[in-house]
Design a protein around this ligand. Structure first.
Ligand SMILES: Cc1cc2nc3c(=O)[nH]c(=O)nc-3n(C[C@H](O)[C@H](O)[C@H](O)COP(=O)(O)OP(=O)(O)OC[C@H]3O[C@@H](n4cnc5c(N)ncnc54)[C@H](O)[C@@H]3O)c2cc1C
Length: 471
């Protein structure tokens, strides 16, 4: 039997690994593989920081698995075609009759698995898949007509009922035996590259540290003020768990298990501060279910089909200004600089910049979606697509098209004294708290200054967007 790691580089609550260890196998050490698949990842717009983060976890897992007497081989492959060829060849050479892995929800990954299944079957082998990326198995939460919900709130209610009635299967951490084997000396290139790029994602500790230290301390100290603080980008009021969930190095079932250990009545406490955090975890489940039921979302099609052929302006100069954080709207610009400098962006700001790109600049949400994927450490097709289509009003349970964030008002509400703006735009350090939200023009010493030139005027852009969306 061969264990194939994909978006699940963890020993904790990993169904494929649990199954693998529960089966008798004569081979010692047992074999596992992970493909370092740079070209394929780039095709999927994975950012360098995400790739670095994943490689760090792959190398850590090699050591962790060695303690379980499993030799994890990190194999360089260009793309999914090479993965299929390698696996089918490997099974034939080593007379392996079963490959086990955890499923991936995205379209190309599903296609690859289908094709590999046929290939393996032809040579007397098989691929067995488990599910590790959600709390409730995808496809279990359905409406009365047995189809996926089109609105989040009823999905959430049904999801909560399912968890209360059926529970969820949390497998825990596999225990390591005392036997350890010599570490394999494979993939030296990957190793070197990983070390030289280490700084890219090194502000994000490994998952084992996050789940043992940071997550419990978030539950202890911050979750009870989450509802209030989650919208203020200058406060570290959110968990920062997204890179770990997106890369599959922390299990969502572990996250909920730990949460329910601390707050046993949480599923019934919908008004509590703590529940508002769980609510976001359920949004993640919603988007993963959506992409599972609607594979066309993986191909970046609009959820609402009548929005598919919108004639976006797609002005290159405006798009570049947005990317570089030079729109003249300081909250938008600071947010884009946060993304460019750190590989992460606060959720409130993701909503603001996505709304600005689509509705103020009339640029296709798919360009923003791609730019986010290329820069985010937590880039995740389902959540990113969901977030962009929500903001662009083309998605499932999206923002209505006529709701257009005013970026100045958002700035006044969520960064009232400009702390966040000043952090990422030092050029605006000396501007007053009042003027900082739109310092395009301000009067100083009776003189009119153009300080932070705006690329579009809000009121005009809003009217243009309303007319555009109406058509
Ligand atoms: C335009 C846009 C693009 C986005 N792209 C991504 C992406 O590529 N990857 C990603 O993980 N999230 C994405 N999000 C959702 C959200 O912004 C991030 O999950 C969140 O900012 C991560 O920070 P955190 O872990 O501190 O979140 P917390 O507030 O602590 O939330 C905990 C977890 O809940 C989930 N979550 C929170 N908000 C959402 C949401 N709106 N939709 C789905 N899941 C959510 C995430 O897994 C998150 O880690 C996007 C949102 C928008 C509006």
């Amino acid at each position: 039997m061969l264990l194939w790691f994909r978006n699940d580089l963890r020993t904790h609550d990993n169904p494929a690994l649990h199954y693998f260890l529960s089966q008798p196998d004569s081979e010692k050490p047992r074999k596992a593989v992970f493909f370092v698949c740079e070209k394929q990842w780039q095709k999927h717009d994975w950012s360098p920081i995400k790739i670095d983060f994943i490689k760090r976890h792959a190398h850590a897992l090699v050591k962790e698995l060695a303690l379980l007497n499993i030799e994890l081989e990190l194999i360089e492959a260009d793309d999914f075609t090479q993965q299929k060829e390698y696996l089918s060849d490997y099974c034939q050479r080593h007379k392996i009759t079963k490959v086990v892995a955890n499923s991936e929800v995205e379209f190309n990954e599903q296609q690859r698995d289908k094709e590999l299944c046929s290939k393996l079957k032809a040579s007397g082998s098989s691929l067995t898949l488990f599910e590790a990326d959600v709390i409730v198995p995808k496809g279990k939460v359905l409406n009365k007509s047995a189809i996926m919900y089109k609105v989040f709130t009823p999905f959430k209610r049904a999801w909560l009922t399912y968890v209360q009635q059926a529970g969820f299967e949390y497998l825990g951490k596999v225990s390591s035996s005392s036997v350890s084997i010599a570490l394999p000396s494979h993939s030296t290139n990957t190793n070197k590259e990983c070390e030289s790029q280490k700084s890219l994602s090194s502000t994000w500790p490994l998952a084992t540290f996050f789940e043992q230290k940071i997550l419990p301390s978030f539950y202890q100290d911050k979750i009870s003020s989450y509802k209030h603080n989650r919208d203020i980008p200058s406060v570290k009021g959110t968990s920062g768990i997204s890179p770990y969930l997106a890369a599959g190095v922390i299990s969502p079932r572990y996250v909920l298990t730990l949460l329910l250990n601390k707050y046993p009545d949480l599923l019934l406490a919908a008004d509590s501060e703590e529940f508002s955090w769980l609510n976001e975890i359920i949004w993640r489940e919603f988007y993963r279910n959506l992409i599972f039921h609607e594979p066309r979302l993986s191909k970046h099609q609009c959820y609402k089909e009548n929005y598919q052929d919108m004639r976006w302006d797609n002005d290159v100069t405006l798009f570049n200004a947005w990317c570089q954080g030079k729109t003249g709207y300081p909250l938008v610009d600071a947010a884009m600089r946060q993304l460019n400098q750190t590989g992460w962006m606060h959720n409130r700001l993701r909503m603001v910049v996505a709304s600005f790109l689509t509705k103020h600049l009339l640029i296709d949400w798919r360009l923003g979606e791609k730019y986010f994927m290329q820069h985010l450490i937590d880039g995740d097709l389902a959540s990113n697509n969901g977030g962009w289509q929500w903001a662009a009003s083309t998605g499932c349970d999206a923002q209505p098209y006529f709701r257009i964030f005013n970026p100045i008002r958002q700035s006044e509400r969520f960064d009232p004294t400009g702390i966040f703006i000043r952090k990422y735009i030092p050029e605006l350090k000396s501007i007053s708290d009042k003027a900082i939200h739109f310092p395009h023009q301000y009067i100083d010493d009776n003189k009119l200054n153009i300080y932070w030139p705006a690329i579009v005027e809000h009121k005009e852009a809003r009217l243009k967007a309303l007319a555009f969306y109406k058509v």
